[in-house]
Design a protein around this ligand. Structure first.
Ligand SMILES: NC(=O)c1ccc[n+]([C@@H]2O[C@H](COP(=O)([O-])OP(=O)(O)OC[C@H]3O[C@@H](n4cnc5c(N)ncnc54)[C@H](O)[C@@H]3O)[C@@H](O)[C@H]2O)c1
Length: 256
């Protein structure tokens, strides 16, 4: 059990499904108060209900489209009204799997899909940070963890819009870390490897996830739970002197 997360107020965007949902359970088990913010309102409610069964856990489901600035302000306001502070923001929501993307080569990417993906994966990051910073600056403490991807380090043939958005997330993290350090706010990045995060994966998806196994130092398929420990560490006081960093959790494919 990781120490120092009890009663912390943690917003997880995209907490209704996949790896985000695993983060929500991890924080709840550590005693945090968890705000599950997702464009899929029903999924956010389901995660909140599951967490509510854990002893003493507190959860709040919030419907949000992170690409809409007003919606992100409402998300932060609801978290603040319910719990009176915001300690941690996990920027995990993305166009990825539940909201699917074209995984094809550059010629096949529709410019409209490029724009929508940037609006969610990057502008969403920008809006969510702006929404929580007033509370964190006032508290003189806070932790923001952005989610990148191992595809940035290894390169990936296909979905160039997605990989570009995740590479930009690392530059965003480094810049914001320098802007908010004076207010004792840490900004770091977590990059998961190829993770079997789908609730009902197709055979084709399982094969794709398995294709990374041979590239790993630790030769097995990656599952959402594999990323949770590093996320809890980055949100906890154990990482208080780390900022602007990217932590790569991929079973040893890319060495930064
Ligand atoms: N699974 C992997 O292999 C992998 C690898 C590297 C990085 N990642 C990253 O990890 C994060 C989680 O991945 P996952 O596999 O759980 O993906 P996922 O598609 O299962 O989950 C993404 C979540 O974001 C939500 N979402 C989508 N658009 C939204 C919006 N506009 N506003 C609010 N919520 C929105 C979805 O409803 C979903 O709950 C993503 O940022 C993804 O890019 C995943």
């Amino acid at each position: 059990m990781i120490e120092g997360l009890r009663d912390k107020v943690v917003i997880v965007t995209g907490g209704g499904h996949g790896i985000g949902k695993a983060y929500c359970h991890g924080f709840a088990k550590a005693g945090s108060r968890v705000v599950i913010a997702d464009i899929d309102a029903a999924a956010a409610e389901r995660t909140a209900a599951e967490i509510g069964k854990d002893a003493g856990a507190q959860a709040l489901a919030v419907h949000v489209d992170v690409s809409n600035e007003e919606a992100t302000k409402r998300m932060a306001a609801r978290a603040f009204e319910r719990f009176g502070r915001i300690d941690v923001l996990i920027n995990n929501a993305a166009i990825f799997s539940v909201v699917p993307m074209n995984r094809g080569k550059i010629e096949t990417i529709d410019p409209q899909e490029w724009d929508r993906l940037m609006a969610v994966n990057l502008r969403g990051l920008f809006f969510c940070c702006r929404a929580v910073l007033p509370a964190m600056r006032k508290q003189k403490s806070g932790k923001i963890i952005n989610v990148a991807s191992g595809t940035v380090f290894a390169g990936s043939p296909g979905r160039i819009h997605y990989v570009t958005s995740k590479a930009a997330t690392i530059g965003f993290t480094r810049t914001l870390a320098r802007e908010v350090g004076d207010d004792n706010i840490n900004v770091n990045c977590l990059a998961p490897g190829n993770t079997l995060s789908e609730e009902n994966p197709t055979e084709q998806m399982i094969k794709f996830r398995e294709s990374s196994v041979g590239l790993r130092s630790l030769k097995r398929i990656q599952v959402p739970q594999d990323v949770v420990g590093a996320m809890l560490f980055l949100a906890s006081p154990l990482s208080d002197f780390m900022t602007g960093q990217t932590v790569n959790v991929d079973g040893g494919i890319s060495f930064l």
